[in-house]
Design a protein around this ligand. Structure first.
Ligand SMILES: Nc1nc2c(ncn2[C@@H]2O[C@H](COP(=O)(O)OP(=O)(O)OP(=O)(O)O)[C@@H](O)[C@H]2O)c(=O)[nH]1
Length: 824
């Protein structure tokens, strides 16, 4: 079927693309923009519509997509092109060319602007005589230039496409070389400019060096490319490409990315054919596996229990676990690994064992992404509450069907009907009222209605036809992960597809490894885990994050993907460093906002969430804002420290320690890592630190002691000739004068000199002359105590700053001393 581009049809029918698009829209055809392709049917509709209005198509319809037929297109176009200016006689169009057709077009445009007689498009190319400064003669007019222009040399005018028109316009271009300029001028029609240059050349008699640009005939392009990059690939200027795009109805800047189709189309206008490169492989991405529908088998549903605080989520999960999990013989203990399987009438259901406190909202939201069905627990005596609504939103946005468990029906105040009414307001209509939401009255405490609830879960699962292919490499999601002292990183994986086996190489977020051992929810060692089976795995090199995707891959590939992800993370951190520092400065300048940025690392996700939520609750005070810049499970690593450094954050490590590299980096970057074993202590410390930030306290720090040995009177001042007994004295030190152990004056230094020179500081063992602001009553034997007031580091960040300042001062002092010694 013929394909026509919108802009081509616009040309054909001698109208605007917008008109064509309007007609297509009116006729309910799909066409998004100038480059959209349409078929014969659409063209006929356009034709009919326009013929009603009296518009007529040009002689020839445009060819198929330029990407398909780039070489033929411009010739056809030329035939169609309405001529501006003088008439174009005998444009035979016999261009049997197979490339470089844009030359013809250039000639054509020249003829448009000037006059072109006998435009005969021969294949042959222009040839300029050696050594000649004269334009070449184009036998038969504009040469079609199949093989490209030949300039036999020596400053001959390599007149692409012939300057015959120029001559006819009475402007000889006798310039040697620089034909490309001519060429461009010709194309842009700036004849005067060109002529001027021609004249200038003639006058000066100078010949510019010959420049012949070789343009490729075929290029390979990615999915998208910036206009300037496309131009450079074709050896044209970006302006030329922008102009051509403009003529095609596409407004693009040189930096703008255009898609392959557009790029191929514009390239064809330059006589360049294009080939699309296969999409670049993202080194951080896991290759997809397509499952043949025949290989799919039913799998158990994965269920999340959600609901408001205290409505009975944990009780319900416990109740189900106690009544429906068959622990093995004596000694079989159920393991809390984040998920467990239950049996109901011979069928399996997987429950995600996520507690429902507000601090775990984020985890629950992630839970909804891997679940097939959500059980919404609503207490019959309490009804719909804020977190009930939040849970509904989470499940709905994840497209997960909701089964409502109206809990605590054993309670005297229970009112299931009121709960149903309130749920209807949230869009959950029970079946009995004509809706499709299953609502089951239960009591987790009295174990009422639990079987009914599970049966409903199986019913919904049956309708959903949940399937997976057990006979392929596994893909799964990390439900929970922690660092175990004895076993190393431990992660609970819920297998979603395929079968995970011991010995499998896996990638998991930024971690990788070989599955060394697997333990199921009943504490049993297993060798494999199929779809919808939760297992704890050992063998990863680091602790992944909950929500990370696990995939079985070749060992090398798993490792390289993990490493590429770490690299990307590092790059992102480096980028964020600039931004964060700028932001911090900006914030301080703008509104004196004090931010306390924190990075949290802990042994399990639960602690991370609990710490985050408690710390964020400290945000009630507007003057200081706590901001968790990053949180995660596992040891404090280098990237945590980098992030803390970039965002001026402190690190709170709960039940985890920094690794050796992190410790080293923290030292150089001056990052404080606080380790805790009790959450309460961490929160308290931060609270205190925050109040410290609000009200900085100062303390006096003695810098040195100086003895006055001689009082010297000068016309303008009274100077105490002194000797530094210990420490140092600085010209900006505060001082107090002590006589017989009694402070007689407290003030500031006016000047500090060594011999005649003003100095910044004088160290112990040196003599100096001191004059004091508003004090002249010196006596030999008086002691001058030099001191400073320093901010008490009530916050860890302040402590860091103070330590850094101190180090800086010490370094300066050492340098000054060295200089002083050198002088002496
Ligand atoms: N009478 C009665 N009490 C129940 C029932 N289910 C739970 N409870 C009680 O309700 C309280 C809260 O139950 P949890 O299971 O801890 O509630 P939860 O939703 O998990 O609470 P969070 O984890 O804090 O979000 C506990 O005191 C339970 O004993 C029930 O069916 N009947």
């Amino acid at each position: 079927m013929s394909k026509y581009r919108v802009y081509e049809l616009a040309k054909e029918f001698n109208t605007d693309s917008k008109v064509i698009l309007d007609i297509l829209k009116r006729n309910k055809f799909k066409a998004a923009n100038n480059f959209s392709s349409v078929g014969e049917e659409e063209r006929t509709a356009i034709k009919n519509s326009l013929s009603n209005k009296g518009a007529k198509p040009q002689a020839k319809a445009p060819a198929a997509s330029a990407a398909q037929k780039p070489a033929a297109k411009p010739a056809e176009k030329r035939a169609e092109k309405p001529q501006a200016g003088k008439q174009n006689h005998g444009n035979s169009g016999s261009n049997g060319n197979n490339g470089r057709t844009e030359r013809n077009e250039r000639n054509e445009r020249r003829s448009d602007a000037g006059r072109n007689n006998g435009n005969g498009n021969h294949n042959g190319g222009n040839r300029a005589a050696s050594g000649s400064n004269r334009p070449s003669h184009n036998s038969g007019g504009n040469s079609g230039n199949n093989g490209g222009n030949r300039n036999s040399n020596g400053g001959g005018n390599n007149n692409r496409g012939g300057n015959r028109n120029d001559r006819r316009n009475g402007s000889r271009n006798e310039r040697g070389g620089r034909n490309d300029r001519n060429d461009r001028n010709n194309r842009f029609g700036s004849k005067n400019d060109r002529n001027r240059r021609g004249r200038n050349n003639k006058r000066g008699g100078q010949q510019a060096p010959k420049v012949e640009i070789a343009h490729p005939k075929h290029i390979k392009l990615p999915e998208t490319i910036a206009v300037k990059d496309l131009a450079s690939k074709m050896s044209y200027t970006a302006a030329e490409v922008v102009k051509k795009l403009f003529m095609m109805g596409v407004m693009a800047t040189i930096n703008q990315e255009i898609d392959f189709d557009t790029a191929a189309l514009v390239a064809s206008e330059f006589g360049v054919t294009c080939e699309e490169l296969p999409p670049e492989v993202d080194p951080t991405e896991i290759p997809e596996i397509e499952d043949d529908p025949k290989t799919l088998k039913l799998r158990p549903p994965v269920v999340t229990v959600m609901g408001h605080v205290d409505h009975g989520k944990t009780s319900l999960l416990d109740c189900i676990r106690n009544t429906h999990v068959q622990t093995h013989e004596a000694g079989g203990i159920t393991q809390h690994i984040g998920a467990y399987q239950v049996n109901c009438k011979g069928k399996k259901i997987v429950f995600l064992d996520t507690p429902g406190h507000e601090a775990f909202t984020a985890m629950r939201a992630r839970g909804a992404q891997i679940t097939d069905i959500a059980i919404l627990v609503v207490a019959a005596d309490d009804g719909v509450m804020p977190q009930t609504i939040e849970a509904i939103h989470h499940a709905k946005s994840a497209g997960v069907p909701i089964i409502v468990a109206i809990n605590k029906i054993d309670k005297p105040g229970a009112n299931p009907d009121r709960v149903k009414q309130e749920l209807m307001e949230q869009g959950l209509v029970p079946e009995e009222y004509g809706g499709d939401t299953i609502m089951v009255p239960v009591s987790a405490k009295k174990q009422i209605g639990i079987d009914d609830l599970l049966e409903m879960v199986l019913l919904v699962a049956e309708v959903k036809e949940l399937k997976a292919n057990p006979n392929r490499d596994a893909r799964g999601v990390i439900v929970e992960a922690k660092l175990d002292k004895g076993r190393g990183p431990v992660a609970t994986v819920l297998v979603q597809n395929g079968t995970l086996r011991i010995g499998d190489s896996v990638v998991c977020g930024t971690t990788y490894g070989k599955v060394r051992a697997m333990v199921n929810d009943r504490g049993e060692n297993v060798k494999k885990a199929g779809p919808s089976v939760p297992v704890e795995i050992l063998g990863l090199n680091d602790v992944p994050e909950a929500g990370d995707i696990l995939a079985v891959l070749e060992e090398k590939q798993a490792r390289s993907i993990a490493e590429a992800r770490i690299e990307r993370q590092r790059n992102n951190l480096i980028k964020s460093k600039k931004v964060s520092l700028d932001d911090l400065f900006h914030q301080i300048q703008e509104g004196d906002i004090k931010d306390l940025n924190i990075v949290i690392k802990a042994d399990v996700q639960g602690s991370v969430e609990a710490l985050s939520s408690s710390l964020l609750k400290l945000n009630k005070n507007d003057e200081v804002r706590v901001s968790i810049v990053h949180s995660g499970v596992g040891a404090v690593n280098e990237s945590d420290v980098m992030l803390a450094s970039a965002s001026n954050a402190l690190i709170i490590a709960f039940n985890v320690r920094p690794d050796a590299n992190a410790r080293k980096l923290a030292d150089t970057e001056n990052i404080d890592i606080r380790t805790y074993r009790v959450i309460y202590d961490a929160i308290n410390d931060v609270k205190d630190a925050m109040s410290g930030m609000l009200k900085p306290k100062y303390k006096e720090v003695i810098q040195g002691r100086v003895e006055i040995r001689q009082v010297m009177k000068f016309s303008k001042a009274l100077v105490a000739g002194s000797y530094v007994l210990e420490g140092k004295i600085c010209n900006n030190s505060k001082i107090r004068i002590i006589r017989d152990n009694i402070e007689i004056f407290d003030g500031e230094i006016d000047s500090l000199r060594r011999f005649k020179d003003e100095v910044k500081e004088v160290n112990a063992g040196y003599e100096c002359g001191i004059s004091i602001v508003d004090f002249r009553d010196f006596k030999e034997g008086d002691i001058i105590e030099a001191y400073t007031m320093e901010e008490i580091a009530t916050t860890i960040a302040d402590a860091n700053k103070a330590a850094a300042k101190k180090r800086e001062e010490e370094a300066k002092a050492a340098a000054a001393k060295a200089k002083e010694n050198a002088k002496d």
